[in-house]
Design a binder for this molecule. Structure first.
Ligand SMILES: [Zn+2]
Length: 119
């Protein structure tokens, strides 16, 4: 039986079934696991659970970085457009209005990216 410690299910050798098993070592990271854990659809082939987890982690971090960069770019564009809008508003209403439309669109996009980011 496992016990819960800080959201982790842990157990000791004494409380688990100890079996004699053939163990395979990942050639990339040296993580060891039972040869019984071959790919279900491709017999005799293995994917390392440790490398898989590391790949997912790296992918997740990269996605988070890209979302943050996109949010930063949108925010910069919004601030720049607001600055231009304030300069133009006194001079030319025909330019001021399309800038206002673009600003609303950018702010909506920024909100979507921000919502995605803070999930
Ligand atoms: Zn590995």
């Amino acid at each position: 039986m496992t016990i819960q410690v800080n959201g982790e299910s842990i157990f000791t050798k004494e409380t688990a079934n100890v079996k004699m098993a053939e163990v395979i070592e990942c050639p990339d990271c040296a993580f060891e696991f039972g040869v019984i854990h071959e790919q279900s659809d491709r017999k005799g082939l293995y994917t390392c659970p440790n490398c898989e987890a590391a790949n997912y982690e790296a992918l997740y971090l990269q996605q988070q970085k890209e979302i943050r960069e996109a949010a930063d770019l949108h925010l910069k564009a919004i601030l720049e457009l607001q600055r231009i809008q304030s300069l133009v508003s006194k001079v030319d209403d025909s330019v001021h209005r399309p800038i206002g439309v673009a600003l609303v669109e950018l702010e909506e996009k920024f909100q979507k990216i921000h919502d995605e980011w803070s999930k």
